[in-house]
Write a protein that binds this ligand. Structure first.
Ligand code: ADP
Ligand code: ASP
Ligand code: MG
Length: 427
């Protein structure tokens, strides 16, 4: 990603990007609250850029309209539809700022040249030309930018994937070299697990970029994963805060020594995956390449992969994909089954992925075994497993997932009422 920076610009106060998510702009009172917060920051002497999402529920409503026509929409046109939610929000926020005596100017993605590739529905930002934003700030305005959307080299509207306004905010913060990027949402920071699932979740004052990256990739939707990648790469100081309180929130920053002492720092739950099992796959070289190559050609990302021990020259291959890709995957697999001469394909979307994350796992063994023991004690069946240096993930039946999250949260000493240091397993 390359940034084109505007020259000069006088440096009064701090340069801050504030991003407000769907619930924070969910109705007119909340939009007035956003305007009030942005104006307050401006009055404190800061230069303020606001990035907003669509009003809560709006992107889902627009997607439902599209799916009312077809399950296999033209993705370019789908982006044209779903990008509109953010247009409404920027206009309303700019009007609210104006009505409260502030100065604001709204920008659609293409108006501040958020240029992306052409992967409709999950485009990646290539560059941002920040000149227009700086000109707006120099005029004393609050620049209000639409999250989630961009424009490709051909001028087509693109969107950045669900939760993509976080990525817009951090990318803009990197492009303008902001002093801070503040993500305002409906919880007051990053917790050890989703506080809406585990009431005993604890708020973290700080979380390392690396742990946040894992948590985000594992389904902690409080930050979109791409936003954390960009923050880490460009060292953007990233805060997660509540738009409804003045709590200082959580700072996402570089790892420090104290963080390494914590064995497991978070538990994540991802309900957005579906399991695909291909039965009776001929056990010979090149078959896996054919299956996953065909999925890759359609830009379908695969997560966990398990291959059973072959019996009589045949094996089963199981993998997970995003729920949004089920229809596309089913289409691809129909052709693949014929090409590789395998048995039938089963798709199960009643699954969820539960993961534990912590940089301390690097130096401590036995964590995975403790996770499996906890799940077995709770009667939770494990359907697939994957690990990295600082994470262990298990695919489990969807109806047992929340129970699994709470049990693991307690097992690894993360509950708010647990005392003393979080327990470590022997080296
Ligand atoms: P926004 O609309 O503001 O972007 P999101 O719904 O995308 O908000 O993200 C906030 C939600 O993320 C919270 O309401 C919470 O349920 C969920 N969440 C999942 N994991 C975590 C976590 N570890 N810490 C905080 N929130 C989490
Ligand atoms: N409105 C988009 C979504 O619902 C982007 C976002 O909220 O960040 O996914
Ligand atoms: Mg979000």
């Amino acid at each position: 990603m390359a940034w084109i920076k505007a020259p000069g610009g006088d440096d009064v106060g701090r340069l801050i990007v504030q991003k407000y998510g769907g619930t924070s702009v969910g109705d007119l009172d909340r939009i007035k609250n956003v305007a009030k917060r942005a104006i307050a920051a401006k009055k404190q002497g800061h230069r303020v850029v606001v990035v907003v999402s669509a009003m809560s529920g709006e992107t889902n409503r627009l997607l439902k309209l599209v799916n009312g026509l077809t399950q296999r929409p033209n993705e370019r046109e789908q982006d044209v539809v779903i990008a509109t939610g953010e247009q409404v929000s920027i206009g309303l926020v700019a009007i609210a700022i104006d009505a409260q005596g502030g100065k604001a100017r709204s920008f659609m993605g293409h108006q501040c040249r958020i240029t992306t590739d052409s992967t409709f529905s999950k485009a990646r930002i290539k560059r941002i030309d920040a000149e227009g934003i700086f000109e707006s700030l120099d005029r004393g305005e609050i620049a209000v930018i639409a999250g989630f959307q961009g424009v490709d080299e051909d001028g087509s509207i693109t969107t950045l994937g669900r939760g993509g306004s976080d990525t817009t905010a951090v990318a803009i913060a990197a492009a303008i070299e902001a002093d801070a990027c503040e993500i305002y949402t409906d919880v007051d920071g990053v917790y050890t697990t989703d506080p809406n699932i585990a009431p005993k979740a604890k708020k973290l004052d700080r979380v390392s970029y690396e742990e946040m990256l894992e948590l985000a990739s594992l389904g902690a939707k409080v930050l979109q994963i791409r936003s954390v990648e960009i923050a880490m790469k460009y060292r953007v100081p990233l805060w997660v805060k509540s738009s409804f309180s003045d709590d200082p929130g959580t700072l996402c920053c570089e790892e420090d020594k104290a963080m390494e002492d914590i064995l497991v720092s978070g538990v994540a739950l991802d309900r957005n995956e579906a399991r695909v099992s291909v039965r009776d796959v001929p056990d010979k070289p090149g078959v896996a390449a054919q299956i996953f190559g065909a999925l890759d050609e359609k830009a379908i990302s695969v997560d966990l992969i398990v291959q059973n021990t072959p019996v009589k020259g045949k094996t089963d291959i199981t993998f997970t994909i995003g729920k949004a890709d089920v229809v596309k995957t089913t289409d691809v697999m129909k052709k693949v089954v014929k090409a590789v001469k395998s048995g039938p394909v089963e798709v199960d979307d009643q699954v969820a992925k539960v993961s534990i994350v912590g940089v301390g796992m690097r130096t401590h063994s036995g964590v995975a075994a403790r996770m499996f023991k906890t799940l077995s004690r709770e009667g939770v069946n494990i359907l697939a497993i994957s690990t990295s240096e600082i994470r262990v993930s298990c695919l489990v039946p969807a109806d047992r997932a929340e129970l699994a999250v709470r049990a693991l949260h307690t097992e690894f000493g993360l509950d708010a009422d647990s005392v003393g240091p979080r327990k470590k397993t022997k080296k």
